[in-house]
Design a protein around this ligand. Structure first.
Ligand code: FAD
Length: 491
């Protein structure tokens, strides 16, 4: 059974038991297991004795759509097709060949459906697209929340700081820790044979040819300058990376701020596209360290250490995976304008505005930032990593943002530049944590710091020099310096 708090209704239409199938519109939890949405659709199909249809679409019209993001999603779809090949399900992968071509696809499947199930995702276009479709169909649509360990509907509001959210979690999370989605939701279900693809649907929305996901992504009418990266999307890849991280790097996770050491999981792109499940990762971690939900400390005062009663590295990792990751989801779930400058805490807006006209030591245009043409080799290296690999090292991502604030004409412009660069180039961009991270640079989830400084005011300050003093950044700068990549400047 799916915990009721994870079920959001998208319209007031009834279920139609005399329909021909149950549709799962896979939008955010793009994985064949550890997925409450898919599980809900299977449970409904099983109880109604109806076949299951899974529709996974890739739009060409979402903001910052690029070959990089699309190749990653299509890789995931190829995996999905393999995972569903021997299951009682009609899997319909679809890639929009031109903007708007996918319009009507879900409505067409819904015409003969008993129920449409989809995924809840708290940001960007997804909730809006879902409500639009839900208003046009004559059958019930439900959006299921598989986003995190804490159901979003069980949170009362956005939290001002990670500490406040951690305190809340330490009280509320224990009652949700035992609610895991099934690793394989088909186990135990008796579904009828999958239906054949209706001719009309096939003709207008033919299934994507997934034999070469990259080639397909590179043929779509989207931003082709942001090219696919080496890493591959997909749930199987995500699970393999979880195992590798737990076996090889978890114990050194407390070293993750060092640019010369790879200590973090690197999983954020797979989380962003729903290829990775936080429940699966928590489950695997618990097995590895011999932990069970009964082990957590009762109560808790919001402290980062000790509550889980796990080894320090594991606790530190869970603080990022749950407290920080879900802080961003909760923000987007409760605050409709989560990306607006005006939504920053009043103290941050006040101090940034007070310093908005301070002379900047350097200013750069969006294009200069984008091309990594600043005076600062460390910043340029971070930007080059973003362009080449679609990621920035954990710690340097904070510095990257802080320097954009320092070198733009106003904090509002800094926000625009960060959003554009992050969401265009980062494989994990356009995520609740894109806005959470970017807003953190401008003071969200943080407190006022002293001494007050030019441009930053009381907002936390970071410098490349301090970073270079604290950590060995030489190899990182050498590896990503723009001079080695002249081709990137020839656009
Ligand atoms: C300016 C700026 C922009 C950012 N943009 C994004 C973004 O577009 N997408 C994104 O997922 N994260 C973003 N972050 C948060 C953070 O930098 C990344 O989540 C993290 O670097 C991912 O690396 P990892 O997977 O190795 O993390 P790990 O340390 O292995 O952590 C595991 C998971 O926890 C989550 N996580 C870790 N750190 C944070 C954090 N500080 N805040 C929120 N969640 C976290 C991620 O889902 C991550 O995959 C941004 C941070 C900043 C300062």
């Amino acid at each position: 059974m799916i915990p009721p708090q994870r079920i959001l209704t998208r319209n007031e239409q009834p279920r139609r038991p005399d329909g021909d199938w149950v549709v799962y519109w896979m939008m955010a939890a793009r994985r064949p297991g550890w997925n409450f949405g898919l599980q809900r659709a299977i449970e409904a199909a099983d109880s109604l004795g109806k076949p299951l249809v899974v529709v996974e679409a890739l739009s060409a019209s979402y903001p910052w759509a690029s070959a990089r993001h699309s190749a990653f999603v299509l890789e995931g779809m190829r995996h999905q097709a393999e995972a569903f090949a021997n299951k009682p399900v009609l899997y319909h992968p679809y890639a929009e060949p031109e903007v708007g071509a996918g319009r009507g696809l879900i409505e067409a499947w819904a015409e003969r459906a008993c129920l449409v199930v989809t995924d809840h995702w708290p940001c960007l276009e997804l909730p809006r697209w879902q409500r639009k479709v839900a208003a046009q169909i004559g059958v019930r649509m439900e959006a299921i929340d598989s986003c995190g360990i804490m159901p979003l509907q069980a949170t009362p509001r956005a939290f001002p700081t990670a500490h406040a959210f951690r305190r809340f979690l330490q009280k509320e999370l224990p009652s949700h820790l035992g609610d895991l989605p099934k690793p394989d939701p088909f186990v135990g279900a008796k579904l009828p044979k999958a239906p054949a693809m209706p001719k009309g649907i096939h003709k207008q929305w033919p299934a994507a040819d997934l034999s070469d996901p990259r080639a397909l992504a590179q043929a779509l009418p989207i931003d082709q300058a942001v090219e696919p990266v080496e890493v591959r999307g997909g749930a199987a890849e995500a699970s393999a990376r979880m195992v590798e991280f737990l076996d090889e790097r978890l114990d050194s996770y407390t070293e993750r701020n060092r640019p010369d050491v790879l200590a973090s999981s690197g999983l954020s792109p797979w989380f962003h596209f729903g290829h990775a499940s936080p429940h699966e990762l928590l489950f695997r971690l618990a097995q590895r360290v011999g932990w069970s939900p009964a082990d957590v400390e009762v109560g808790g005062n919001g402290s980062r250490e000790g509550w889980w009663r796990m080894p320090a590295a594991a606790e530190s990792f869970l603080d990022e995976l749950i407290t920080w990751r879900e802080l961003g989801h909760v923000l987007c779930h409760h605050v409709p304008n989560y990306g607006a400058y005006e939504e920053l805490p009043p103290w941050a807006v006040a101090t940034l505005e007070e310093h908005a006209t301070d002379p900047r030591p350097h200013t750069y245009t969006l294009e200069q930032f984008e091309r990594a043409e600043t005076h600062d080799p460390l910043w340029n290296a971070a930007q080059m990593q973003l362009r080449e690999e679609g990621i920035i090292h954990n710690y340097l991502r904070m510095l990257w943002g802080k320097k954009i604030l320092h070198w733009t004409r106003s904090p509002r412009e800094a926000l625009e530049v960060m959003v554009h660069l992050n969401n265009r180039w980062a494989l994990d961009g356009r995520d609740p944590n894109s806005w959470a991270g970017i807003m953190w640079v401008l003071g969200r989830f943080d407190r006022a710091w002293g001494p007050e400084r030019p441009v930053f005011g009381k907002v936390r300050y970071m410098t490349s020099d301090n970073t270079a003093r604290k950590y060995n950044v030489k190899a990182y700068v050498a590896r990503y310096q723009p001079a080695k990549q002249p081709a990137l400047f020839e656009e």
